[in-house]
Design a binder for this molecule. Structure first.
Ligand code: S5P
Length: 276
């Protein structure tokens, strides 16, 4: 069966990258393909939202550089929550520089991302050298990388041959690149005329997901979990404001209700896709 018709458990068994395998196993064990994106600026809000949504997610997506009162205890607490609720961590760093610089940004500085984030992501714009730089740090730690093959925003330049080249870069670096941030499955994308379809399984994690809004005032565009998972064949829905709302200090009961709602929608769309 095509990858899109296989269960998360079937796909987990075939993954060799530790982060990819752990993510698929977590999805299957918790029956959730929901990743919550927590883009808030106070560590107390950040940790409270994650503790609230923890039972309903496979992965938490962070932008640690927006936390104003950041100190290393935030990472300790985040790791405790990851263990308590059984989810993985994805720092959405969107690396985009030369290999030497991204290796430093990934390993060092205030955040030391590689030491705690199971998964991170990069723009393919510099070419394959960005993967060499990041993999020199990430592979020894068992981390995984997602390439931004497409974006959710109006007027995105990541289309057509750019997206195809991103997939080719991923194919050439299967030990570290576990998939894409994209809006569709990438099976067979970027194959040259003489190339046959490889036996490959890239994960597709998809932001720009919302049930109540079509977008925001700054170019974000939302699709529903059903459109993303069933129609476009994506694997993980990434939801931010749809879950925690406009108010960073939102009532945990309201946040919990939304997390349950998105989890249910995402899982139903997956079950319909694979026919189980
Ligand atoms: O194409 C993209 C890629 C990403 S990683 N579009 C996105 O929106 N994102 C991220 O997903 C973005 O940085 C933000 O953290 C999250 C979407 O948040 P929401 O509140 O709009 O759901």
């Amino acid at each position: 069966a095509s990858v899109a018709k296989q269960t998360y458990a079937q796909r987990a068994a075939k993954q060799t990258n530790p982060a990819a395998r752990a993510l698929l196993e977590t999805i299957e064990r918790k029956r959730t393909n929901l990743c919550v994106s927590v883009d808030v600026t106070k560590q107390a809000d950040f940790l409270r939202i994650i503790d609230t949504v923890g039972p309903y997610i496979c992965l938490v997506k962070t932008h640690v550089d927006v936390i104003e009162d950041f100190d290393s205890s935030v990472i300790d607490r985040l790791q405790e929550l990851s263990a308590k609720h059984d989810f993985l961590i994805f720092e959405d760093r969107k690396f985009a520089d030369i290999g030497n610089t991204v290796a430093l940004q990934y390993s060092s500085g205030v955040y030391k991302i590689a030491s705690w984030s199971h998964i991170t992501n990069a723009h393919p714009v510099p070419g394959p050298s960005i993967i060499s730089g990041l993999s020199s740090v990430g592979v020894p730690l068992g981390r995984g990388l997602l390439l931004l093959a497409e974006m959710s925003t109006k007027g995105s330049l990541a289309t057509g041959s750019y997206t195809e080249e991103a997939v080719r870069m991923a194919r050439a670096n299967r030990d570290f690149v576990i998939g894409f941030i994209a809006q569709h499955r990438m099976d067979g994308v970027g194959l040259r005329e003489n190339e046959s379809s490889p036996d490959e399984d890239f994960l597709v994690l998809t932001p720009g997901v919302g049930l109540d809004a079509k977008g925001d005032a700054m170019g974000q565009q939302y699709r529903t979990p059903r459109e993303v998972v069933l129609e476009s064949g994506c694997d993980v829905i990434i939801v931010g404001r749809g879950v925690y709302g406009k108010d960073d200090a939102a009532d945990p009961d309201a946040v919990r209700v939304q997390a349950e709602r998105y989890r249910a929608e995402g899982w139903k769309a997956y079950q319909e896709r694979v026919g189980i």
